[in-house]
Write a protein that binds this ligand. Structure first.
Ligand SMILES: C[S@@+](CC[C@H](N)C(=O)[O-])C[C@H]1O[C@@H](n2cnc3c(N)ncnc32)[C@H](O)[C@@H]1O
Length: 273
């Protein structure tokens, strides 16, 4: 099903406005393939009819579904491993020392997709830092996609998903079998508050953050939007807080207030000074 230039342009602008995700010309194939399940679900015969409905504004929520379908949700437990080694080996021990009088830790995972990333962090906290058990932990995990947030809240993963990066010891400790799937145990699930937050919009009021994971999402934005998001991060991060970006992302040439920490391949930054 080939998409017309006009329909592609309409969807490209809609997605840009709502999520800041940039769909370059040449991504027509992506729109075509991602729209197929949505067309099927909505009982629509073509992208042309879908765009017609969007233009007419006749169906509430349809635009959200289009944006949802065009977000890339690739993720896995312990993705890229090094950031989590840095978290366990350096960053959490440092915060435990710094916050020992308040005994409070605030973590925000800002594009959590189907939840493997926040649950990885939660497992590290529970498994490796028993001393945090009587701390107040504010753990916010967010995404723009309602479908992904539903998956996070369900905490249910297939065998294939747990096979991607989750050590057997942690699987046994923190998950229980539900049919052929694995479900995060309640204790871990309850640590995290899942919220819908669009990074392209003003951030809601949040507690000042010790650790912010914002991995593999800036990559979809243009430079101006990256700069705008980093600007908002500066206001939400504690002065000595830590920011994790994805392996292909950087603050370099975008915002000079951050410096990369010498923790190899961790993608970890702090504010200068
Ligand atoms: C590739 S996943 C990254 C998941 C995880 N952080 C990781 O690195 O494994 C990108 C996520 O960013 C989310 N996203 C895209 N645009 C967004 C926006 N404007 N605000 C918040 N989340 C957004 C998508 O819904 C998707 O779940």
């Amino acid at each position: 099903m080939a998409i017309s230039t006009g329909d592609f342009d309409f969807i490209r602008k809609l997605v840009l406005e709502r999520s800041a995700i940039v769909l370059e010309p040449g991504k027509e194939y992506l729109v075509e393939s991602r729209m197929l399940p949505l067309l099927h679900k909505e009982g629509l015969e073509s992208i042309e009819i879908l765009v017609g409905k969007l233009r007419g504004g006749t169906k509430n929520g349809l635009a959200d579904l289009v944006v949802d379908a065009l977000t890339t949700n690739e993720t896995s437990f312990f993705r890229d491993i090094k950031p989590f080694e840095a978290l366990k080996g350096h960053i959490i021990p440092d915060i435990i020392e710094k916050n020992k009088t308040t005994r409070e830790l605030t973590i925000w995972c800002g594009a959590s997709s189907s939840g493997q990333e926040p649950f990885t962090i939660a497992m590290i906290l529970r498994n490796d830092f028993p001393q945090l058990l009587n701390w107040k932990i504010n753990f916010i995990s967010s995404d723009i996609s309602r479908e992904m947030l539903q998956r996070c809240r369900a905490g249910k993963y297939s065998q294939l998903e747990v096979n991607r990066g989750l050590p057997a010891m942690l699987l046994v400790k923190f998950f229980e079998r539900v049919g052929t799937d694995w479900k995060v145990k309640d204790d871990l699930l309850k640590m995290i508050q899942f919220r819908e937050i669009n990074l392209a919009e003003p951030f809601p009021v949040l507690p000042k953050v010790d650790v912010l994971f914002l991995r593999n999402v800036l990559i979809y934005f243009d430079v101006e939007m990256k700069r705008s998001v980093l600007g908002k991060i500066k206001r939400v991060l504690k002065p000595e807080g830590y920011l994790f970006l994805g392996a292909a992302e950087t603050t370099m040439n975008i915002d000079a207030s951050f410096e990369r920490l010498p923790l190899p391949q961790s993608g970890c930054y702090q504010l200068k000074g």
